[in-house]
Design a protein around this ligand. Structure first.
Ligand code: C5P
Length: 221
């Protein structure tokens, strides 16, 4: 069963690349960040402080997260509502990084992720896929890019969505904070698996990165 793990810091291009690679290989794509974002959205909707661990454990206990695929694209449902778009705000990004620190939240998400990988060939992107979720993945990739490039990518993404009240320096600070949070947490932090191939995408086009991963997959199988 082909399982590809793509990890790396925010804005390194994981989801863009994972979508292309999964399409070219004809296998599923699972964006695990969307799951942590959904937990965060629920906490925010319920007015819960995203640093309040006990309340977050309760949220995770009764959360109903469901992944569906429409025209090969992942949609995520929170308590039966499609939240695929509204989990993309900067507020939810920050909150997701907070809720992702809580081991009980992670264990619940990992159970769903492993369940999907057990029944499907999949390209999964996240922070802990190669190190924790799929330690026996067929191929592990660790994508990086300079902080300036990653901030610029996120800034352009938001602009393309019609969001105009954003500041590049603020975007950069947000990313730095999330990276720090994600790398320093005790349980399943963001880190490169020993057997992962690291690709610095700073000066690469999307197609070049996808081609490189496809050639690594071909070498493996
Ligand atoms: O990838 P994305 O930016 O959507 O992820 C949102 C947040 O979810 C990350 O900043 C990180 O804190 C958390 N996350 C995680 N483990 C994953 C995927 C995402 O901790 N596998």
């Amino acid at each position: 069963m082909l399982n590809i793990a793509i990890d790396g810091p925010a804005g390194a291009g994981k989801s863009t690349i994972a979508k292309i690679v999964s399409k070219r290989l004809g296998i599923l794509y699972l964006d695990t960040g969307a799951m942590y974002r959904s937990v965060a959205l629920k906490a925010l909707k319920e007015g819960i402080d995203t640093k309040d661990r006990l309340s977050l454990v309760k949220v995770a206990d009764c959360i109903d997260i469901c992944i569906k695929y429409r025209d090969n694209e992942q949609r995520i449902y929170l308590d039966k509502e499609d939240v695929s778009e509204c989990i993309r705000t900067p507020e939810v990004s920050r909150a997701a990084s907070d809720v992702a620190v809580v081991p009980e939240v992670r264990l619940k998400m990992v159970e769903i992720q492993r369940g999907i990988a057990a029944g499907n060939e999949v390209v999964m992107d996240g922070r802990d896929i190669g190190t924790y979720v799929l330690p026996n993945a067929s191929l592990k990739i660790f994508l990086t890019a300079s902080i300036e490039e990653r901030a610029m990518r996120r800034y352009n993404e938001q602009k393309a969505k019609g969001i105009t009240d954003i500041d590049l320096e603020e975007v950069k600070k947000d990313i730095e904070l999330r990276d720090k949070n994600d790398s320093s947490r005790a349980f399943a932090p963001l880190s490169k698996a020993e057997d992962a191939v690291q690709i610095d995408t700073t000066k690469m086009t999307i197609e070049e990165v996808a081609d490189k991963i496809i050639s690594l997959v071909k070498r493996k199988i």
